[in-house]
Write a protein that binds this ligand. Structure first.
Ligand code: TXA
Ligand code: MG
Length: 336
């Protein structure tokens, strides 16, 4: 994604976004704030991120504080090129191949951390691995300008729906952060795919913006799937991580009284006409469109006040794997 030409910066407070800035002014404002140890919400091609200087413990702590995220949950470090990534982690041949094929883009690699990696230990939560991503667009330019890696989790309070627009960030975190850079709605709309690479072994920790099949085909490899059915690989894989207020009922083939309906594709569940609220992830059944709409539409239905959102079945192929993973987490009992 090339960021859109219209940049809006908002200074906290839940009020309409103000101050339209040119991209270079938004970069200047955000990089100055981050260089001073502040944090800013910024657009990436996947979702909005809450960005801070990865070498500054206070900045990293204030990211955790702002999100209300459990302190043991490690953050992704965003870099502006492979050279910067190599100052942070040890790349096996396989890891290099994946980075060459998919960076910049929605792929995060979990790799062995270098001992002298210039990041604060809070970033990796004491692990000897580090999660790295070279994103497209605004954040890559921000990191380049700053000259050092930026730690950025998704810009939502912990356990809440991930934000894919500046307005969604403003609603959730606007009163707690100083700056939101508006680069328009995110292209991909789902977080990055996370792969853990140990030598030539590649394991899927989180399905995301690039499907595992696409990676397997492009690199001629087989990816090990584990995280999917509940085994907690990283704290961020906590089951109820993406919870809306409403309960979610998955694979619904009919709609119960007073339920909202999150639909997919051209065919409707029984009783859809009676649904308390209705949104369709993709009228044509396009999984990429559905991924881009997922969090925003869950939000819309959540705000309708319905106690339960029935979700029509979504195929588990391609990006459907990541969509179903997010839905399963959002539907999981709130035990964490
Ligand atoms: O698209 C994305 O990945 C967005 C944008 C802002 O880049 N970021 C994002 O970050 O989704 P976050 O913090 O919400 O999710 C990062 C995930 C968490 O589940 C975390 O536990 C996992 O990455 N993670 C980070 N470091 C790890 C490590 N060393 N080993 C295993 N998992 C790790
Ligand atoms: Mg997140």
């Amino acid at each position: 994604m090339e960021p859109q030409s219209r940049y809006v910066a908002s200074r906290g407070e839940k009020k309409p976004l103000a101050d339209i800035l040119a991209e270079k002014d938004a970069l200047e404002t955000a990089s100055r704030l981050i260089a001073e140890g502040g944090i800013a919400a910024v657009p990436t091609e996947t979702v909005y991120g809450l960005a801070g200087d990865a070498s500054n413990g206070i900045a990293v702590a204030s990211i955790f504080e702002t999100k209300g995220r459990p302190g043991f949950n490690p953050l992704i470090c965003h870099v502006s090129d492979i050279d910067m990534a190599e100052t942070l982690a040890i790349f096996s041949l396989q890891a290099k191949k994946l980075a060459d094929a998919f960076w910049p883009g929605p792929l995060t690699l979990v790799l062995p951390k270098k001992n002298d990696a210039p990041v604060h230990p809070l970033v990796t939560a004491g692990l000897d691995t580090i999660a790295l991503r070279f994103p497209r667009g605004f954040v890559a330019k921000l990191v380049k300008r700053l000259g050092k890696p930026v730690a950025a989790p998704s810009a939502n309070s912990s356990g809440r729906i991930t934000a894919t627009s500046a307005a969604a960030v403003n609603t959730d975190l606007g009163s707690r952060i100083q700056l939101i850079v508006d680069g328009g709605p995110c292209d991909v709309g789902l977080e990055s795919t996370i792969l853990k690479v140990v030598d030539d072994q590649v394991e899927l920790l989180r399905p995301g913006g690039i499907s595992a099949e696409e990676i397997e085909q492009a690199c001629g490899i087989k990816i090990k799937r584990t995280g999917k059915s509940g085994s907690i690989q990283a704290p961020g894989m906590m089951k109820s991580h993406y919870a809306p207020n409403a309960r979610l009922r998955l694979n619904a083939i009919s709609v119960e009284p007073r339920e909202a309906l999150l639909a997919f594709g051209p065919d409707r569940a029984n009783g859809a006409g009676e649904a308390a609220a209705y949104a369709n992830l993709s009228e044509t059944g396009d999984l990429r469109e559905a991924a881009a709409n997922l969090f925003a539409l869950m939000n819309v239905l959540d705000r309708s006040g319905a106690e339960t959102i029935a979700v029509e079945p979504i195929p588990d192929s391609g990006l459907g794997e990541a969509i179903n993973d997010r839905l399963a987490r959002a539907a999981a009992p709130r035990d964490s």
